[in-house]
Every structure is written in C-alpha cells, then in structure tokens.
Design a protein around this ligand. Structure first.
Ligand code: PXG
Length: 289
C-alpha cells in the first residue's frame, strides 16, 4: 500500500508522522472518509469542501488548495489501483511543543490512505440493525461543534463503547437538550407516511454528505423531506428508521432500545432509497483512470 504524506507517496512501513504531532497529542486536526465506487471517487468535491470548512472552524490553514487536494485523493487511489474502496483523508495540526498552543505548530500534515472497505456484515442490510440510545450525550455545539469532522472522536468512541457493551453495533446519541442528534458514526432518518425527516445539524449532527445525497434523491422520488427536531418518541412511533454514512451507506434500523420499529424489518422506503443511492453512487464521481 502507498500512503500519501505531504505530497509524496510512501510505502506503508515508511509512512510515519512525529510523536509530537498535535493530531496525536491532542486530537487536533480534521479528517474525511470517502468512498470509491466503480473506479470513481464519490462526491469528492463535497468531501474536500467539508474538510476545508472543518479546518477553518479550528483555525487551521491547510497548506494546499482544495483543487490540489482533490487531485491528490484521485492520484493516491490510482497509485493503489483502487476501484472500490475507502479513502481516509487526514490533516493534523502538525508538530508542536508538548503544550497546547496550536500556533506553535508550523506545518499541518496531510495524509491520504486509500484502502479496502469495512461495511456492516452483508446480512444486516437485509435484516436491519438493532440499536440503542446511549447515555453519552453528543458534544454541545459550543464545546466541540459536531459539524466539525475533527480527529477528536472520543465523544463518539464513548457512545460506541456503550453500544457495544449493550450488545449492538450502533447507537443514537441525544443532544444536551435530550433531542436526537445522530448515531456515533452515521446520520439518522425517520420515515413517517410520505415524510422523510432528519434532525437539523444544529441539534448536534454532522452535516453528512450521504445525508445530503439521500435528501436529494428522496425529494426527487416525491417524498416530503424535512429537517425536524426529534425526541425518542418520534423514533419509537415512526414507520421506518435508517442510518446514513459514507461507510454504512443506507442501513435500516429494526429495533431501538429493544422496541421494534415499524414492522421489525427494513421498510420499503428504506429499501427504495438504498437502491436509488447505490445506482447513483455506481455511476457518478471523479474518474480515477
Ligand atoms: N455522523 C458522524 C458523527 C460521522 O462520523 C457521519 C455522520 C456520516 O457522514 P457522511 O458524510 O459520511 O455521510 C459520520 C461519518 C466508522 C466511521 O468507522 C464513520 C464515519 C467516520 C469515520 C469512521 O463507522 N462516519
């Protein structure tokens, strides 16, 4: 495997960054997870744009242009002969002192890893996912805004630990007011009749790129798509629930807190949108060549 670091491709064993990097010392940095389907990088410009917004939000200047970043992603995929895969794009604050001061870090480190994909087991897409709501609340937006896709993922990791300890693979996180925010690594949608509902980002959700794509495809398919503040009541009483994310794509949820959702299997709106998404993803994107 060839790893991109600051403009050059390194063999996996030589792909190293400093132990003084604030990405490691403080989780100070930003990242993206991107998919390649069928020899194309999917929604690349959207991911690059979000990366630069995340960087701006933490007052970090990425030392290259968005256009060059997009090119670097494509060329890293090409160097690794990726047709279908998963790209991890990371920008750390760079080397600094042992103190917090980010302004002493002079050079953000740009890392691109193009690898295989880890999805949920295939049968879960047919059977649906059982999830729970967890006690770990999503970060308050004025503490660490969940719209920043930062390297500081402990909030999500702590939620994931609760899910795994409860015997399920994913969970719903509530915001400090008790409203639904998102899953630990995915956005959440609710189907109610002809309506497709998802919490607004200010409720504590990442502005998911899959989320935006699904909202667009659903609107085109004739659903009424709305952002709505939701409580657990809205989840428990919905017709269908599904999660969206770059890694998970669209996955139906059949049980929340041991309560069956809808008919207890992935619903027909979920299946229809998953099909539309898969068709779109397999025929659009930046050509790897
Ligand atoms: N919310 C959070 C907190 C995420 O981390 C999403 C929503 C979905 O966003 P996109 O843009 O991908 O549709 C994410 C992204 C994992 C893993 O291993 C998941 C993400 C990132 C890194 C790792 O499950 N999800």
């Amino acid at each position: 495997m060839k790893i991109y670091i600051n403009g050059s491709l390194k063999d996996e064993k030589n792909a190293k960054i400093s132990v003084f990097d604030h990405g490691l010392l403080y989780g100070d940095g930003v990242f993206e997870g991107i998919r390649a389907y069928n020899g194309r990088v999917f929604l690349l410009d959207e991911h690059v744009a979000r990366l630069y917004s995340s960087a701006k939000a933490i007052a970090m200047t990425i030392p290259m242009s968005p256009a060059d970043m997009a090119k670097a992603v494509v060329s890293t995929c090409k160097a690794n002969r990726i047709k279908n895969g998963y790209v991890r794009l990371v920008v750390t604050r760079g080397v600094g002192t042992l103190g917090l001061n980010p302004y002493l870090c002079k050079k953000p480190q740009v890392i691109i890893i193009a690898a295989g994909i880890q999805l949920y087991p295939e049968d879960l897409y047919r059977k649906g996912l059982k999830i729970v709501t967890v006690g770990t609340i999503r970060n308050h937006p004025e503490a660490i805004n969940p719209r920043i896709k930062s390297l500081n993922y402990l909030n999500n990791v702590l939620a994931k630990i609760e899910a795994l300890n409860a015997g399920v693979m994913e969970c719903i996180m509530l915001n400090p007011q008790g409203y639904v925010a998102e899953a630990s690594g995915d956005n959440i949608f609710v189907v109610r009749g002809n309506q497709l509902l998802t919490p607004p980002c200010w409720c504590g959700a990442l502005e998911g790129i899959t989320r935006a794509m699904v909202m667009k495809l659903a609107a085109e398919a004739g659903y009424e798509v709305r952002e709505e503040v939701m409580s657990r009541y809205d989840l428990y009483t919905s017709d269908e629930v599904f999660l969206t994310g770059t890694a998970a794509e669209i996955i139906g949820v059949t049980e929340i807190d041991r309560r069956p959702i809808g008919k207890g299997k992935p619903g027909k709106v979920t299946r229809k949108l998953a099909k539309a998404f898969s068709e779109y993803a397999n025929s659009n994107g930046a050509e790897i060549g």
